[in-house]
Design a protein around this ligand. Structure first.
Ligand code: AR6
Length: 188
């Protein structure tokens, strides 16, 4: 199930919220700063213990890492690193799609049934909002479609292949919410 809301992601009592982090994973501006402030210093400490894959890189662009949510109402924070937008010809769409795919896979692996995403890459990293939202929606829909057939499997007494998930697009700005509503309708 997909929901679109406007609000502050740090207030959501879901299983996982996604952080639009950077490769160092030690906090920053935008939603990253808000999440680190709300989760408390323990989140910084947990990020610090994540192994570096190369100097200064704990999470390469397109990948995702999970930590507890500490003082947040959310159980987990899934940190993913969106691409810095140049012109769309430098692998940005594939990298952004990978953020959604890898975050959803990590959430499922950790037994999450609800997850909220901010509009990854569309702030400081400059990704055009409509293009980013189209990628977000298409990745989430692709992830949910096997889950919907899992619902049928349950009805038929078969084991579902993947837990059903509530996926929230949490837009900070009203105009971002409208972009998602234009893509998937106001009923979502
Ligand atoms: N809740 C939900 N969404 C928010 C919140 C919030 N509390 N605050 C901001 N947003 P950005 P990026 C929205 O810039 O473009 C950081 O410094 C915001 O309106 O946070 O991926 C990192 O450390 C926008 O729609 O992330 C990286 O260095 C969205 O979050 C860099 O910024 C993403 O904007 C990542 O840039």
């Amino acid at each position: 199930m997909i929901k679109i809301i406007q609000g502050d992601i740090t207030t959501l009592a879901v299983d996982a919220i996604v952080n639009a982090a950077n490769q160092v994973m030690l906090g920053g501006g935008g939603v990253d700063g808000a999440i680190h402030r709300a989760a408390g210093h323990e989140l910084y400490e947990a990020c610090l213990t994540m192994p570096e894959v190369r100097p200064g890189v704990r999470c390469p662009t397109g990948e995702a890492r999970i930590t507890p949510g500490f003082r947040l109402p959310a159980k987990f924070v899934i940190h993913t690193v969106g691409p810095v937008y140049r012109d769309g010809q430098h692998g940005e769409p594939e990298k952004l799609a990978a953020c959604y795919r890898n975050s959803l896979a990590l959430a499922a692996e950790n037994g999450c049934h609800s997850i909220a995403f901010p509009c990854i890459s569309t702030g400081i990293y400059g990704y055009p909002k409509e293009e980013a939202a189209a990628i977000a929606v298409s990745e989430v829909q692709a992830f949910l479609s096997p889950a919907e057939s899992a619902e049928d499997a349950e009805g038929e007494g078969r084991a579902p292949s993947r837990p059903l998930m509530e996926i929230i697009f949490c837009c900070f700005l009203e105009r971002d919410k409208r972009v998602y509503e234009n893509l998937i309708g106001k009923s979502a």
